[in-house]
Design a protein around this ligand. Structure first.
Ligand code: KIV
Length: 266
């Protein structure tokens, strides 16, 4: 993957803000999905720690481990030829001092063929961001709703403290972050944050004024069981498509019509 000259680099990704072209990102957690997403020409793929909930079935992003993130990032890294691939640093892999953070982020870059890491936090993580960047590890920040701090925040709620959000975004930029995710913040605050920094903002539940957008791929494809957050638009209904296909298969096996002549060797 990383030797492909057409792959988007971190500086190219950052420069997209100046060009005014919206940046499109999605999450991916495995080889076939990452390959399919990449073939559409989206600019970024995130191996999100949302895999804890979406793939592993946990009720928060806290349980997923660094080894598990690396396992999935290896699959994604093998598939992607074009998009910039960012890997979430899971809780608490960047809270154990800057040396440990460099060691953990270094493992991600060495083992996965992915190009950057994402860490949740702005101002309070500025020292860690700066240390990783000094070590040559590109960092995407993540402010607003930070699911790894769900117990402290008291729930998955919109975060609207404009002063704090501006300070977080500016601290992340000054520390060297190449881009920042804005999760679940009011649209007008997202516009102000976006205008106040020179690196791209990637919104999820942050309105249309960000430099780019990201969604959890399972939400976009209609694969998420139960209620999805308000900021999601499902572009397909794969849950029902899959259930219908499996039901047809089950019925045809029971009826003896699968396998048919075409699927049978003489
Ligand atoms: O883990 C994730 O999927 C994320 C996105 C929601 C930005 O952090």
């Amino acid at each position: 993957m990383s030797s492909d000259a057409r792959q988007i680099t971190v500086p190219q990704f950052t420069a997209m803000k100046q060009s005014g072209r919206k940046i499109t990102m999605l999450t991916a957690y495995d080889y076939p999905t990452a390959g399919l997403l990449d073939s559409t020409g989206i600019e970024g793929i995130l191996v999100g720690d949302s895999l804890s909930m979406v793939v592993q079935g946990h009720s928060s992003t806290l349980p997923v481990t660094l080894d598990e993130m690396i396992y999935h990032a290896e699959m994604v890294g093998r598939a992607v030829r074009h998009a910039l691939v960012v890997v979430d640093m899971p809780f608490p892999s960047f809270h154990l001092g800057v040396h440990k953070a460099i060691e953990n982020a270094g493992r991600i870059l060495k083992q996965t063929q992915c190009q950057a890491v994402k860490i949740e936090g702005g101002m309070e993580q500025a020292e860690v961001i700066a240390a990783l960047v000094t070590a040559g590890i590109p960092v995407m920040g993540h402010i607003g709703l930070r699911p790894q701090s769900i117990h402290q925040l008291g729930g998955y709620r919109v975060q609207s403290d404009q002063q704090q959000l501006l300070a977080d975004a500016q601290a992340a930029e000054q520390a060297g972050a190449f881009s920042i995710v804005l999760e679940c913040i009011p649209a007008e605050v997202a516009v102000r944050v976006t205008q106040s920094i020179s690196i791209p903002t990637i919104g999820i539940g942050a309105g249309p004024g960000c430099d780019g957008q990201i969604l959890v791929v399972n939400d976009l494809l209609g694969l998420t069981p139960g209620r999805v957050p308000r900021h999601v638009r499902a572009y397909a209904d794969l849950k029902n498509t899959i259930a219908q296909a499996v039901t047809r298969y089950r019925d045809e096996v029971r009826q003896g019509t699968f396998p048919g002549k075409e699927q049978t060797f003489q």
